[in-house]
Design a protein around this ligand. Structure first.
Ligand SMILES: Nc1ncnc2c1ncn2[C@@H]1O[C@H](COP(=O)(O)OP(=O)(O)O)[C@@H](O)[C@H]1O
Ligand SMILES: N[C@@H](CCOP(=O)(O)O)C(=O)O
Length: 318
């Protein structure tokens, strides 16, 4: 994340008394990330992450925080949200919604091998199954509708070749989402942004998934495609590494077998997952927000991945 809302230890002295965390000892802005303002928070009781939400509303946030609570209760490794004395997980800080969650051990594995991809695949399948009975509903807010409303906002910034690719892919994805195969694939709450920087590892041991603030109800296969497009890709070329793809998919389906409809939908879904991040990176690039410590992500990375997924079939699901 970046820091959009500046915050110092003195600013939270009164606010923090509603949580059972004791005295705050240190607060430090976190430079990575692009959506919210995040801080490492040390208190008398331990280490936490304080997030001020810059885009999500008080109405939307219970979905994410209750989902994390639901998953944590079912043995999925995610940060545990901390409730205040009234049992609330989201409270106002500097006029914006804010939450405190437990800090995960470990660090991001930014050069993953097959063994890391297998751990991510297995935990992702476990997460999909564990969320099946989660009672709250919220669509993926960065889904097909968002792609269609955002495309016209960025198109005029693009050269002819990029604009043609974007128009053609939106057209393709609109048709794909309307087909019977797509409608038959299983769905439920998904993370929707499970990149390398949103998973912690301690060596080869996965210690947790975090940053659930793009989560929503969508197809499970979309989540798998987002994850494969990041964890299994050669960052310079966008080409998939077959060994890492196989490790992730095989570990996933050992927990939750894929359906035949998902197999049919796999190649278009990888394109959908690439389009989703090409578009959000274009949007963030051309409509930047004011922030301290903000490093925008490179849109051409996902344009390259999209072109590569169109040109070259990925390894099959099974
Ligand atoms: N629960 C957590 N435990 C440990 N580190 C965390 C946790 N949540 C966030 N972080 C750290 O903060 C950084 C930014 O968080 P992230 O959720 O990715 O921000 P954003 O929502 O802005 O994208 C992460 O890369 C990670 O280092
Ligand atoms: N993963 C997305 C953007 C969201 O950033 P995150 O730091 O919240 O994961 C991308 O790479 O474009």
């Amino acid at each position: 994340m970046a820091v959009f809302t500046a915050l110092h230890l003195d600013d939270i002295g009164q606010w923090i008394t509603q949580f059972p965390l004791g005295k705050p000892l240190a607060l430090k802005g976190i430079a990575s990330g692009i959506e919210n303002s995040n801080f490492f928070l040390s208190t008398e009781r331990g280490e936490y992450v304080l997030t001020i939400f810059e885009n999500l509303s008080f109405e939307q946030l219970p979905f994410y925080l209750q989902l994390m609570r639901h998953l944590a209760d079912r043995g999925v490794l995610v940060p545990a949200p901390i409730a205040n004395a009234d049992g609330e997980l989201v409270t106002a800080l500097q006029g914006k919604p804010a939450a405190i969650v437990s800090k995960l051990d470990g660090s991001s594995q930014m050069a993953p091998q097959a063994v890391h991809c297998a751990a991510v695949g297995a935990m992702l399948a476990k997460m999909h199954l564990a969320a099946q009975d989660f009672p709250l509903q919220q669509p993926n807010l960065r889904g097909l509708d968002w792609w269609n409303t955002t495309t016209p906002l960025v198109l005029h910034h693009l050269d002819d070749a990029k604009a043609h690719l974007l128009r053609a892919e939106i057209h393709f994805q609109d048709a794909f989402a309307a087909c019977d195969t797509y409608k038959a694939i299983p769905r439920g709450p998904v993370h929707a942004d499970l990149f390398r920087n949103n998973v912690m590892f301690d060596g080869e041991q996965l210690t947790g998934f975090f940053d659930f603030y793009f989560a929503g109800c969508d197809t499970w296969l979309f989540d798998v495609a987002v994850t494969v497009n990041d964890w299994c890709v050669d960052l310079a070329t966008g080409v998939l590494d077959t060994a890492r793809v196989r490790a992730l998919l095989d570990a996933y389906q050992a927990v939750r077998p894929f359906t035949h409809e998902e197999q049919t939908a796999w190649q278009p879904m990888l394109r959908a997952a690439a389009l989703r991040f090409w578009l959000s990176r274009l949007y963030d690039y051309y409509q930047p927000r004011e922030a301290e410590m903000l490093t925008p992500h490179d849109p051409t990375h996902f344009e390259r991945i999209l072109r590569e997924r169109i040109a070259t079939p990925a390894p099959e699901l099974f």
